[in-house]
Design a protein around this ligand. Structure first.
Ligand SMILES: Cc1ncc(COP(=O)(O)O)c(C=O)c1O
Length: 428
């Protein structure tokens, strides 16, 4: 049995105990945090639609029209018209035959992946995949092949050695931790060659990449070349819930086979209506996406001017990586005391011993305030004893973490995921 108090003490002793802060008021580009206004650089609400008046109104009207809760899962008490409407709009936006709503992105990944792989199969998972994909793979009880982050060659090796048992490649489109974009063209080509399915989680690519924010797949014209596109409604669409976009047969199958859909309440009508309004705004105002890029570039350029090494970064998510958690936590505290709220991501919330200050830009930031944040972050790094030039987007080597140096192309059965508390012992 887990000794809860001992685990908590261990986290505190390692300086890894995370503090969750109190936000008053809505989630905008600035928030009132523990009573103090700060610049918010850690929200996935990248288009700033969570508190947009039209989105709020739509949610409020939906609450009056359809009530607050869906009451049960759709298998039990049916699909509400508002669910159907959002599914149709999402499918149209993403140019897929259909879409299916889930309660959240985590539930979607868990339900879809476990419906597409089974014991005896092999699922292929990028080393930096979001925790929901990792847990979806685990839930399937298939064997996992974890390929190096963004490394199509390693994936090719894994596929070639799967002895025909390959079932699914699962990857983030834009990686939640470091904002990297997956090598989607290679992945699709490999999947076709080896006859395995592909699932891409576009949660962070929606509203950011591709024409009008249609995602990383759309950027390469690959929307219809993958089996399932997942996306949260909690990011660019400013709401809560998620979807799987796919063809009709897959939708029919998932309705029968995805346990997180069958045994979990259908999304709440106000959240669904809010996402519908946000999607309409995104379709009407593609300039929101351009503004996000302008802002992301402004922050990147200002950080580079301060010495941070951001070579290769190109999305609105940035991770200033470091091997050690303590200076990252300290840097986050110092920046916050100076009005800049960034997310210090440290074990067990990261894979292995990697720590980073994760920065996310929003379309509703002002470029000047983002530029002004860069010297604050550089000063915070120096106060924490780190030269900004030592921090950048490159994941530091994990040699210290691995007891044994791993074969570059080893076939692994395990993926260490965020909040795997076993990592704490490793990190200690
Ligand atoms: C890539 C990715 N997938 C899935 C999720 C989970 O989505 P949700 O918050 O809707 O559970 C997140 C959450 O941030 C994410 O970053």
């Amino acid at each position: 049995m887990i000794e809860i108090e001992a685990r908590l003490s261990e986290l505190r002793a390692l300086g890894l105990h995370q503090r969750i802060r109190l936000v008053s008021g809505p989630q905008g580009p600035h928030v009132v945090l523990d009573g103090k206004p700060v610049l918010l650089l850690c929200s996935d609400n990248c288009l700033g639609l969570a508190d947009h008046p039209r989105v709020r109104e739509a949610a409020a009207e939906a609450a009056m029209r359809w009530g607050v809760g869906a009451g049960a899962s759709r298998l039990a008490s049916g699909t509400m018209t508002v669910h159907r409407r959002l599914e149709e709009r999402l499918a149209g936006f993403l140019r897929r035959e259909s879409a299916l709503l889930f309660g959240s992105g985590f539930l979607a990944a868990a339900g879809v992946i476990s419906a597409l792989a089974r014991p005896g199969d092999v699922v292929f998972s990028d080393a930096l995949n979001h925790a929901s994909l990792i847990d979806g793979c685990r839930l399937s009880r298939a064997e996992m092949f974890v390929y190096d982050h963004g490394d199509a060659e390693h994936l090719a090796w894994g596929l070639a050695h799967a002895q025909g048992r390959g079932a699914l490649i699962a990857t983030d489109g834009v990686f939640s931790l470091d904002g990297d974009v997956a090598p989607l063209e290679d992945i699709v080509e490999l999947a076709q060659r080896h006859r395995v399915r592909v699932l891409v989680d576009e949660s962070h690519a929606l509203g950011s990449l591709g024409r009008g924010g249609r995602g990383a797949l759309a950027e390469h014209g690959l929307e219809d070349q993958v089996d399932v596109i997942l996306g949260t409604l909690g990011g660019a669409l400013g709401s809560y819930g998620a979807f799987a976009a796919c063809d009709r047969v897959m939708t029919q199958y998932l309705l029968q086979a995805a346990r997180t859909l069958a045994f979990s309440s259908a999304p709440a009508p106000p959240a669904v209506a809010g996402a519908l309004a946000a999607l309409a705004l995104l379709e009407d105002r593609p300039r929101l996406v351009d503004k996000l890029h302008v802002n992301a570039a402004a922050l990147r350029e200002a950080l580079v001017a301060e010495g941070f090494d951001l070579r290769g970064a190109r999305t609105h998510i940035l991770a200033l990586m470091l091997g050690e958690p303590e200076p990252v936590l300290r840097m986050g505290e110092v920046a916050l005391a100076r009005g800049v709220f960034a997310h210090a991501v440290v074990p067990p919330a990261t894979h292995g011993p990697v720590s980073c200050l994760r920065l996310t830009t929003m379309a509703t930031h002002r470029a000047e305030e983002l530029r002004a944040a860069a010297p604050v972050l550089a000063e915070a790094a120096r106060t924490a004893g780190v030269d900004p030039r030592a921090m950048g987007v490159v994941v530091p080597p994990q040699d210290e973490y691995d007891d044994e140096p791993t074969e570059p192309y080893a076939y692994e059965a395990e993926q260490t995921g965020p909040y795997d508390y076993e990592q704490i012992a490793h990190a200690a």
